[in-house]
Design a protein around this ligand. Structure first.
Ligand SMILES: [Cu+2]
Length: 499
């Protein structure tokens, strides 16, 4: 569901007079400096350790919360890799349960993919070697253990990946990490009265996805980024379990999108509003050369089952705080603008070198498959679904079963997937490749707007052009699933081989 410019602006305008400060219990929070994650730089053959560990983190000031992270107490470093190299890591686990490290968006073999069959058990380090061969892109990594992904990501087992292509032309885009090229991992969270991160989906908050009333960027609540007075590139990852953001700036300024999930677009795309569903990424360039600071806002997430009727009906049974903002726009973070630096860019190139993939395009002759994202498989009814355990949701009627391979594909064979969503919009993700969105809800956005994707928000039916150039066997198959993590954990996932 793309929000139109007019819709965003009218919603934003309504919210601007009285900015809906969110999280009433901790309304004074926010305003700290944006944390810039450490870089774990694997370029040039450097090898590094990535250890899942428990933490105690002051996300709310003065209150420590149990949390988890990779190499740190909450979230993880930005991991940087070069195309054409093998990225090597030793994956460790100092927690008390198995985790994994799924490389979301990477075109790597099933055995390298870090899905639910390739666990990292406590105190049993695993050597990982990732053969990086895809266009430069903003990707991410997170734990992906069947029925535990929602909890793992919520408590912090996630981080960003930047793939660089040393052979790609330098299009003059802002690219100084942490200065004019900023990673922004946007997540919503719930805290209990003691200030502890709280993950307790049940009833409607489980069925519609678990959303929080506090917005974190790189682990800090509504932070402030100090940026140079010129062009600044923002690599935005929606790392939330379920929340869809409709971003825009408080002063209505336009910005340019330059990249989507799988890499760069053919040309900068001017816009005022940007929708990102869970796990989607966007690279945008914002012009701060006027020196004016500004807040990044989001319109509320309206992706509710049956138009929110469930939430209203079950309101008294809500097990967690209400989602952010009752109908209001809310603040995500702010930017304060300093002087331009020596390397600050001031003009965007008219064309950029788009990501390319070798995919057959004789669309009329391609095989088709259908995928139905089912919230009520077997017609078991609402109450049975709400009580249901790991099998309450499904794809094509089949709930995720670790012992069943749901589909088989041929390496290098392009196909058209027709994916349809039931009862809500679902962000559909495919492991192991990037795809092109041929149509969505009956409209054709075009490659120049969508680029290569690995997540698409499906409301109605989407047609995807899909081709796998790597393989996955039945010991470590790829997954396709809804990236509302509560839906994934409830079984809206399937697994497949590519041979
Ligand atoms: Cu879903």
């Amino acid at each position: 569901m793309r929000i139109s410019r007019r819709h965003f602006l009218s919603t934003a305008a309504a919210g601007l007079a009285t900015p809906a400060l969110i999280g009433t219990a901790f309304a004074a929070e926010g305003g700290n400096m944006l944390p810039i994650p450490d870089l774990l730089d694997l370029r040039g053959g450097a090898k590094a350790a990535l250890d899942a560990q428990a933490g105690q983190t002051a996300i709310l000031s003065g209150r420590m919360s149990a949390s988890a992270g990779y190499n740190q107490g909450f979230l993880g470093p930005v991991i940087r890799m070069n195309r054409g190299e093998t990225a090597r890591l030793t994956l460790g686990n100092r927690l008390h349960e198995p985790v994994s490290v799924h490389w979301h968006g990477m075109h790597i073999e099933g055995g390298q993919d870090g899905g639910p069959h390739t666990l990292v058990n406590p105190d049993e380090p695993v050597e990982a070697a990732l053969d990086v061969d895809q266009p430069a892109a903003t990707l991410w990594y997170h734990s992906h253990v069947h029925e535990r992904t929602g909890a793992h990501v919520w408590y912090g087992l996630a981080g960003m990946v930047m793939v660089d292509d040393p052979d790609a032309p330098d299009d003059g885009l802002p690219s100084t990490y942490g200065v004019d090229d900023l990673p922004l991992v946007v997540q919503d969270r719930v805290f209990d009265r003691a200030g502890q991160l709280l993950y307790a989906p049940q009833g409607p908050t489980r069925m519609m996805g678990y959303r929080g009333d506090q917005i974190l960027v790189n682990g800090a609540i509504r932070p402030v980024a100090s940026v140079p007075g010129g062009l600044v590139r923002l690599r935005i990852l929606n790392g939330s379990n379920a929340r869809i953001y409709h971003f825009g700036f408080a002063d209505g300024r336009s910005f340019h999108q330059i990249g989507t999930d799988g890499g760069l677009l053919p040309a900068p795309l001017q816009m005022n509003g940007l929708t990102l569903a869970p796990a989607e990424r966007a690279e945008i360039v914002v012009d701060f050369s006027d020196g004016q600071g500004v807040a990044l806002l989001s319109a509320p997430d309206t992706n509710m089952m049956m138009g929110g009727m469930m939430g209203g009906m079950m309101g008294g049974a809500m097990a967690s705080p209400e989602p952010v903002a009752d109908g209001g726009v809310f603040e995500v973070m702010r930017f304060s603008v300093g002087a331009p630096g020596a390397d600050t860019k001031t003009t965007l190139p008219a064309r950029i070198t788009a990501a390319t993939l070798p995919v057959a395009r004789d669309l009329a002759n391609l095989p088709r498959r259908r995928f139905s994202l089912d919230m009520m498989p077997g017609g078991g009814g609402m109450m049975s679904m709400m009580r249901g355990g790991g099998h309450a949701m499904a794809i094509n009627g089949d709930s995720m079963d670790m012992a069943v391979i749901n589909q088989q594909f041929r390496q290098g064979q392009a196909e058209i997937w027709e994916v349809s969503a039931e009862m809500m919009a679902h962000p559909f993700h495919i492991h192991g490749t990037s795809f092109e969105v041929l149509s969505n809800s009956g409209s054709v956005a075009g490659f120049e707007r969508t680029g290569w994707k690995d997540v698409v928000l499906v409301s109605g039916t989407a047609e995807l052009l899909v081709q796998f150039n790597r393989t996955a066997d039945s010991a470590a198959p790829y997954m396709y699933h809804c990236h509302i993590l509560e839906h994934e954990d409830l079984g809206m996932m399937g697994q497949f081989t590519v041979t």
